[in-house]
Design a protein around this ligand. Structure first.
Ligand code: GAL
Length: 815
């Protein structure tokens, strides 16, 4: 079965056309997605790479695969990396279907990410290895293949030398492709599209293709370059011919004019396709499509970031590579859903903290109009498997080369970051600035068209002026950008990690926290959104700073989604310090604006109300089920895009409150708070106003006992590609249909038909139930079931049976 990467429909059609009419002409490139029929074993059996090794007792797996995510949590394990058994080693084996016709071709494998230190073998011979688990790499396997017989690909992965402060995953967690080309072809990531001139009535598009001549003869090679619009109409065409010696490669570049270009921006992400045809002796030998967009980007010293000459405030979130119950295994739909949830909140940018992302994530951001802060390394001096013996120049060059060449055609990428909080670099320890300079030079070598940055956390080190090496100040938390900006006012500022507010969905404590670090022994964090770790701040502070300081280009909230690991404030050390010897630290973060399965916390509506003022938001917190607290103070907050709201409890007005746009207390600027309301069961209602006019209202009611559950799938039609997903929300209600916010019933999950259970979870950082089991507990009334497609069309039936309160079912069509 042949697969092509998304957006390459033309190529698929061309391949089908030719395979139907001719086999001699098995022309141009073929891309095989090596998704199915892999064998896997944990551990390190001897001779596992050899051709005749007996792997019959190994597990059958599919790629993407994360060998630790379905395992049991290690309750007293290290919370900072998610308490799952990801440390270890494993082997993968797969038979490659090599056709005799490949003999005269070039066969390469492209890995998008293997955690970690992959070693790749063909028929028992080591072909190559890579030393950075997050990066893409490729290998030429042509000379190792047996064109007449069997071929076994074996991959060894080991996380033993990999260190992390979040859950990194384990194994071949992103896709693997086999690329088969003629000897003359465009090299992998060899296309580079730039737009030196963009005017309203025309743009100049420069397209360079690195052409490899692996044939035995020197030859004259012609590149015909077309530009197609989004409807696949040709809008420009040109060509260039050059002689390329045998065994050599050359960049063949054409510059084309596009009239009245449709620009890429966050509202209308217009895309074009560069279609490259390569001819050798007038015979088409390679054809490749590259998606690109036209836009201008500029950071100004005093007025932030400009996209196509218009100021755009970056409303960003940080996202780790993991996907909750799916672990590190990368499913395009999981990423798309994540971006949809963030975009609906008003996000126009993401930062991939802190490593090379899956390439599909960039394709999605291009299509969805989301700006991409592209970062390669995290504190590599102590993390990410970079050891003292590493030859830094070589390591940085190889990794930056792959990172930049792979990602440089994406219009969404607006900045390159060489790293996050790299202490020795910021402090110039052991000649750290030289390493900074080395990294930046390599970025520049492969793409000089975008600004660069380094993400910092040590304010005092700004005095050493590392910022003289790069273009934009990027600082995490606590207004630490102050000193850098004072010393270098000619550069704009990005708050690369903002807020770090912590909370648990559905959980509230009063009295309200007086200090941001008021954490209790509940092991959960109150969702009044007033808590942050000592080094960080609440959301409203960052809104306020950006209002007061126009030069700030924007922020990236830590984080959009909760993730496995980093369970601040309930880390192993903190739980012990609080004297809770018998309690376990949490296994996932509290930082997310949404929980680990994508269910919004209250904060979601605070961001939405500020970032999307054009949409009506009237959100009330907390829930209104406080049995035993009748007559006691239960504060009520309202998050709204309105400027005022009136609050009613059981019909009685609690007064109208308005935001104070000049208050020095940031919460008073962005939220409405009734701190002394008394609890009586019944209903709380908020009516919101903007400029004196009512814009909307909302009501929260006291629910009776949980009575039934309801399932709602985000998509009831998915594709039979073995990769697609449907996320099914489980919610509990009382007999009158009011959401039951305290329901914690356990749910038995049954999945049958043409799909499988891919994961389940509930956003509780303290839950130690395995993430891919057929049981999940409701947590504050909600949980999530994730089902995945296989390769057959049909129906998936999903039934959830809630203990004591009945069941509900949903059907998913697989097409
Ligand atoms: C930052 C760091 C992030 C995360 C965060 C937690 O300093 O860059 O990766 O650890 O702290 O608050």
């Amino acid at each position: 079965m042949k697969f092509c990467t998304p957006g390459k429909l033309t190529l698929i059609l061309i391949s089908i056309f030719f395979s139907a009419f001719s086999t001699i002409n098995a022309q141009q490139r073929e891309i095989f997605n090596l998704q199915k029929e892999w064998k896997f074993i944990k551990g390190n059996p001897k001779h596992a790479a050899t051709l005749n090794f007996d792997d019959s007792n190994w597990e059958q797996v599919r790629i993407p695969h994360d060998w630790a995510i379905s395992e049991d949590f290690i309750i007293d394990g290290d919370g900072s990396t998610g308490k799952l058994p990801w440390k270890g080693e494993g082997w993968y084996r797969k038979e490659l279907k090599i056709q005799p016709s490949f003999k005269n071709k070039k066969v390469q494998l492209i890995f998008d990410g293997v955690m970690a230190f992959p070693e790749v073998y063909i028929n028992g011979e080591l072909v190559g290895k890579w030393d950075y688990g997050y990066n893409s790499f490729y290998l030429d396997i042509t000379d190792h293949l047996n064109f007449e017989g069997e071929n076994i690909l074996a991959v060894h992965a080991s996380t033993k030398e990999h260190d992390s402060r979040w859950y990194p995953g384990a194994g071949i967690y992103r896709k693997v492709q086999m690329l088969v080309t003629n000897p003359v072809h465009v090299s992998i990531w060899g296309t580079y599209v730039t737009t030196p001139i963009i005017k309203s009535h025309y743009a100049e598009v420069r397209i360079s293709n690195n052409i490899v001549n692996n044939s035995a003869e020197s030859d004259s090679i012609r590149v015909e370059q077309l530009i197609l619009d989004s409807q696949k109409n040709e809008v420009a065409k040109g060509s260039i011919t050059k002689t390329i010696k045998a065994g050599d490669d050359k960049d063949l570049e054409v510059t084309l004019q596009v009239t009245n270009p449709l620009l890429w921006d966050t509202q209308t992400p217009n895309l074009y396709t560069a279609l490259t045809n390569v001819y050798q002796n007038n015979k088409l030998v390679d054809q490749k499509e590259t998606t690109f967009g036209m836009r201008t980007i500029e950071f100004t010293a005093n007025d932030g970031f400009y996209l196509n000459n218009k100021r755009v405030q970056l409303k960003g979130v940080n996202l780790h590579h993991g996907h909750g119950p799916l672990g590190a295994a990368f499913y395009p739909r999981a990423a798309e859903r994540q971006l949809e949830i963030m975009k609906a909140m008003g996000v126009n940018a993401i930062r991939t903290s802190h490593n090379v992302a899956a390439p599909e994530l960039l394709e999605l951001c291009d299509k969805m109009g989301i700006l991409f802060f592209n970062e390669i390394f995290d504190k590599y001096d102590a993390k990410a498997g970079i050891t003292d013996t590493t030859d830094f120049d070589n390591f940085a060059h190889r990794n930056i080369q792959n990172f930049v060449r792979r990602d440089r055609n994406h219009p969404s990428v607006f900045i390159w970051s060489v790293g996050n909080e790299i202490h020795d670099v910021q402090a110039n320890i052991n000649n750290g600035f030289k390493r900074l300079h080395t990294m930046l030079n390599y970025v520049d070598k492969y793409d000089p068209t975008r600004p660069t940055t380094l993400v910092n956390d040590q304010m005092a080190n700004a005095a050493l002026r590392h910022f003289d090496y790069y273009d934009v100040h990027s600082w995490n938390y606590g207004r630490r950008y102050r000193l850098a900006r004072q010393l270098e006012p000619d550069k704009s500022v990005i708050i690369s990690e903002s807020a770090s507010t912590v909370s648990t969905r559905g959980f509230y404590e009063f009295p309200l926290a007086e200090e941001k670090t008021d954490f209790t022994k509940s092991l959960q964090v109150s969702s009044y959104d007033l808590n942050a770790p000592e080094w960080a701040e609440i959301s409203d502070d960052d809104f306020m700073w950006q209002q007061e300081e126009n030069y700030i280009a924007g922020e990236f909230v830590w984080t959009g989604f909760d993730y496995l690991g980093e369970p601040t404030p309930y880390t192993n050390a903190e739980v012990k310090k609080m004297g809770m010897k018998d309690k376990a630290a949490a296994r996932s973060s509290y930082f997310g604006i949404v929980d680990m399965v994508g269910i919004p916390k209250d904060r979601y509506f605070l961001y939405k109300s500020y970032w999307k003022p054009e949409e009506t938001t009237v959100h009330i917190l907390p829930h209104w089920n406080w049995k035993g607290k009748e007559g006691e103070t239960v504060p009520v907050f309202v998050y709204t895009n309105g400027d005022c709201a009136e609050l009613f409890i059981n019909g009685k007005s609690q007064g109208k409150k308005c935001k104070d746009p000049v208050s020095s207390n940031s919460t008073e600027r962005f939220r409405l708070m009734w701190k002394n309301t008394k609890y009586q069961p019944g209903e709380v209602k908020a009516v919101a106003y903007k400029n004196g006019k009512k814009i909307g209202e909302n009501t929260v009611k006291t629910a009776g006992e949980p009575h039934h559950i309801k399932l709602s799938a985000d998509r009831t039609r998915i594709q039979a590609n073995g990769m697609d997903l449907s996320y099914i929300l489980v919610e509990a209600f009382d007999k009158d249909g009011n959401p039951a916010p305290l329901a914690n019933n356990s749910i038995a999950i049954e999945v049958s038909g043409k799909g499988h259970l891919a994961g389940a979870g509930n956003g509780n950082p303290q839950s130690f139930d395995p993430l891919q089991d057929d049981e999940v507990d409701l947590f504050y009334g909600k949980a999530m079931i994730i089902v995945g497609s296989d390769f057959d069309a049909g129906t998936i039936n999903v039934t959830a049976q809630a203990k004591g309160i009945g069941k509900d079912s949903v059907k998913i069509n697989v097409e």
